[in-house]
Design a protein around this ligand. Sequence first.
Ligand code: 16G
Ligand code: MG
Length: 545
Amino acid sequence: MAQFEEVSKQSILHPKPAGLALQYGTAGFRSNSIHLDHIMFRMGLLAVLRSKKTKSTIGIMVTASHNPEEDNGVKLVDPMGEMLAATWESYATMLANAEQEELISALNEIIEKEGIDKSQEASVFVGKDTRSSSASLSQAVLDGVHALGGHSKDYGLVTTPQLHYMVCCKNTQGKYGDATVEGYYKKLCQAFTQLVGNASNCTDDQKHLCVDGANGIGALKLREMISHLNKGLQVTIFNDGSKGKLNHQCGADFVKVQQKTPTGIQVNPGDRCCSFDGDADRIVYYFADSQQVFHLLDGDKIATLISTFLKELLIQAGLNLKIAVVQTAYANGSSTDYLENTMNVTVRCTKTGVKHLHHAALEFDVGVYFEANGHGTVLFSKAAEDKIQQLAQDSRIDDERKRAALMLQSTINVINQTVGDALSDMLLIEAILAIKGMTVEQWDRIYTDLPNRQLKVKVSDRRVIDTTDAERRAVSPAGLQEAIDNLVKTYRKARSFVRPSGTEDVVRVYAEADTQESADALAHEVSLAVYRLAGGVGEEPKPLH
Ligand code: 16G
Ligand code: MG
């Protein structure tokens, strides 16, 4: 086949280093950028096949999110803007690891297994983050797409959620919005402006927000978006990439894991601040109180704020829709307790990774999902959207119901339902705070987080750890769960679990307890149990204090 000749010819320009094996993990491929050229080319090929199979446009994003600047990565976006289907993740791994001379047969295998019609047209949207390696790597993706005869549209520098959005817009024939960056800003900002129209007497001070852009794409795109905001929000951007290094001591992951203010940002007591990660699909908020004590408002606090707001609106609108919050094992115990017992909201726990949360959230009329790390969004079922739409147009209802219905409608439009989106989440959070006249301190006081600690343990093969019950219990190696249970019993309000990371070669340990000292001690003791029972390598974990 002529196309395969082109693939063979081009693939020589993107050679695979013999023996190198990488895996399509939780968030696609991630590695040092020097290993990725052949992977990019091949993901271009795979996206063409996926596009032919689904008869839809497929997205490819070149980014390594919060990883250091030297790394890069790639992930595919499915037709409705969601993560690539799991069966295709294994094709991705197979294709990536085929030796040079096996490439064509690997392609043929996928074509046969999936019954792909080779004559079907293919279309692929490509985006990239600001890493210096992203330019040549996204070119390798485009080379792959073209080698297999696919059409491409290169969006250049965009956030990951913007690319997801474009794919969804395209495949819904514009129903979800215009598949342009300009269209994205217009839709979100218009909805935001409508929402904050419901806030009374907002002072300029209350409108002010400090944003840490992680020296990445989020900072650039936020700057573009601000010009559409009509002064509804006043933003000062720090870590905008003009001097600092991407994700270096800044960004959402740094702030969440280190539980401290990023470098490069000036935080005065009471200032409302947030951090994006390197591809702007995560956001966390924080502030320093009058004693200069740092307070973090993570994905759990965001989920609480948003779900409370939505539940109140549903009640005011008189709509009987089922709302739920989806979390992972990392959700702070206080947040789960507050949601279940004070808010009376259904809470679900899934495995770590956006696709698992997204999937669970689809089961409800209104599914709010957030990982504690700040990745999350809200999904509205088609039925829920229709009911809200109808009510908003109903001329017979009273003013309160009408106002609630219109606010729900604007919320649907401000939210990026394809995936967690720092820009979109930020607008929704800012609107909610403005409407409720709530300060960041008041938001923080809704419930008090249990002190917690996350640690990593190096082991020779992290696959020896197998978990169940949404990663909350370890089933192997033998004795590990029992050891954890016994340790947890010795602390108050304690909980701990371990899981193999999907993005790094480590085992992650989480512990929470009534005091920071206890959480730290428990995390250390559990780390030791992992080290001893799961084949720890290097030095034994040391106590934190
Ligand atoms: C990836 C996931 C994120 C998850 C994290 C866990 C996506 C798009 N991102 O960043 O949801 O929380 O991995 O990393 O799925 P870990 O397995 O190394 O703890
Ligand atoms: Mg990210």
